[in-house]
Every structure is written in structure tokens, then in C-alpha cells.
Design a protein around this ligand. Structure first.
Ligand code: ADP
Length: 265
């Protein structure tokens, strides 16, 4: 089964990309494919763990209600939990603000053999920070190059970085916000700031577009994921992670001992 891929995020025009799955992909097909992907992913993760030379960093970005939590749950559920750590990035603490913006991101970057999943990330420092001018433009505008250099350093040290923008439409966001308001089991997820941020829809669009264009590098590519349907979002994210692992070609770890049958009583 073939999923739609965006090969040139460096030239991306977000308003030209559909948030819906391509019409030829069915939910059932995606589910079937996911099951296979899951098995392969789990196995290759084990090899990466055994080899202990490389790691994977998954970055999830998207607007409010775009499904970041759902994607994190899906990806972390597909992996062996001993080898995956999830970090969520909220408003920086006083201490974090008093350091350079990458300070808080470096430590949770993954160790050899492991996955790290970032729910929001250092990209907030060119997204919310830019939209709300939390620091002057002279400062945030330098961050694209700083991010590229930082990601390059991680990549040079064995980390494969894959970045996902979960792309939802304005109408879908409204639907999800209304669900949060109307469903007592979802109301806790609603934050009044969601409405304020929604008013800045176009500003965010411009900020995401620039981040994706300027920080789509060979060592840390961006993928724009049509995310109006959760089943499609999950399938595409998994597929990309699997392809990344396959491309890394982790070696089957060597056995520690050549055990013969007669050694086991
Ligand atoms: P979420 O909305 O991801 O479920 P939270 O309710 O904790 O989680 O929201 C995190 C908030 O932190 C978001 O509004 C986000 O814009 C903000 N945030 C994250 N990183 C930064 C940053 N570097 N500077 C300012 N705000 C940030």
C-alpha cells in the first residue's frame, strides 16, 4: 500500500496541501498495513537497542487539537517501552528562560539504542515565540540556523531525526474544539488559549511554513502529515518511522555466546 508522501517540504505551501487522506486509501487498508508495520518496527527497534550505536528522535508539532497526544500514544504504544522516552515541552520555566532556548532540549535527546519522542519541541521557539513576539525578531530570526546546527550535531553523533507537522484544517480544529466543550469527558482538554491561538491561524501558518522550509535538512527532514483523520495520521507516521529504521539498517546484534544444545540441561 502506498501512502502519499511529501518529498519536498523545503518548498512546501501548506495551504496547497490537503489535510484529508488521499481518496484511494481506505481505513481498513491502513489498519491492515499498520499491523504489519508494527511487527517490523518492534523487531528493528530491538536491533537498534542491541547495536547501541544509533538513536531516533521523533518531533511532533501541530496546532492545538491537531492530534499530537494521539500520535505520541500511537507511536509509543507501537514500541518497546524500555527503549522510548516521551518529553512534552510547555511554557519554559524561569530557569529554562534564563538559558539559551536549546538548553532544555539537549538533555532529553535520545541515548544510543533508544527513541525519544518530543511532544512540541525547540520549534516552539520559532512558532509561539514568533507569533506572540515573546522575544524580539532579531533574536528568533537567528534560531532557524541555530536549530539546523544543533540538529546537525545530534545527527553527526548517531541520532536520526524525523519531524512531523500534523496538518489539520481550520474546520476540523473547530469541530475538535467544540467536541472538547460539549463532551464532559473531553472538557478538561479545552484551554481558553486554544481560542486565542485560533485567531492567529494565519500567523501560525506562516510561522510553520517558514520553520518547515528553513529547517528541512537532509539530516533532519520534515514531513507534513494530513491529520484530519486519526487512522491515516497514525498509519503515515508509523510508515515513515519504519522506513527510517530500515534505512538505518541496524545490524542484528551478535549473540553473546555460541550456545550448543548440549550446554542446556
Ligand atoms: P499541550 O497544549 O501541548 O497539550 P500544554 O497545555 O502544556 O500542552 O501547552 C503547552 C504550551 O506551552 C503551549 O501553549 C505552547 O505554545 C507553550 N510553549 C511550549 N514551548 C514554548 C516556548 N518555548 N515558549 C513559550 N511557550 C511555549
Amino acid at each position: 500500500m502506498h501512502f502519499h508522501r511529501f518529498d519536498e517540504p523545503g518548498k512546501v505551501k501548506l495551504d496547497k496541501i490537503s489535510e484529508e487522506p488521499p481518496p484511494n486509501v481506505t481505513k481498513q487498508e491502513a489498519r491492515d498495513r499498520l499491523e504489519k508495520i508494527g511487527e517490523e518496527l518492534f523487531e528493528l527497534q530491538g536491533w537498534m537497542w542491541g547495536a547501541h550505536t544509533h538513536s531516533v528522535l521523533l518531533v511532533l508539532q501541530g496546532r492545538d487539537a491537531a492530534g499530537k497526544d494521539g500520535a505520541v500514544k500511537h507511536m509509543s504504544g507501537a514500541l518497546n517501552p524500555r527503549g522510548v522516552a516521551v518529553t512534552s515541552f510547555g511554557v519554559p520555566t524561569q530557569e529554562e528562560r534564563e538559558h539559551d532556548f536549546l538548553w532544555r532540549v539537549h538533555k532529553p535527546a535520545p541515548r544510543a539504542g533508544r527513541f525519544a519522542i518530543f511532544n512540541r519541541s525547540h520549534y516552539e521557539d520559532v512558532l509561539v515565540v514568533r507569533v506572540h513576539e515573546l522575544v524580539p525578531k532579531s533574536q528568533w530570526s537567528k534560531r532557524y540556523d541555530q536549530i539546523n546546527a544543533f540538529e546537525h550535531e545530534l545527527a553527526d553523533n548517531g541520532t536520526r531525526i524525523v519531524k512531523f507537522f500534523l496538518h489539520i484544517s481550520k474546520a476540523e480544529q473547530k469541530k475538535r474544539i467544540l467536541e472538547r466543550l460539549e463532551d464532559p469527558r473531553k472538557r478538561w482538554k479545552f484551554s481558553p488559549s486554544d481560542l486565542e491561538e485560533r485567531k492567529r491561524w494565519d500567523d501560525y501558518m506562516a510561522a510553520y511554513q517558514e520553520a518547515i522550509r528553513r529547517c528541512n535538512t537532509p539530516w533532519a527532514p520534515w514531513f507534513v502529515i494530513p491529520a484530519n483523520r486519526n487512522w491515516y495520521r497514525n498509519a503515515v507516521v508509523s510508515q515513515i518511522v519504519l522506513e527510517t529504521l530500515e534505512d538505518m539498517k541496524p545490524k542484528l546484534p551478535a549473540p553473546k555466546l555460541d550456545v550448543r544444545e548440549d550446554m542446556i540441561d
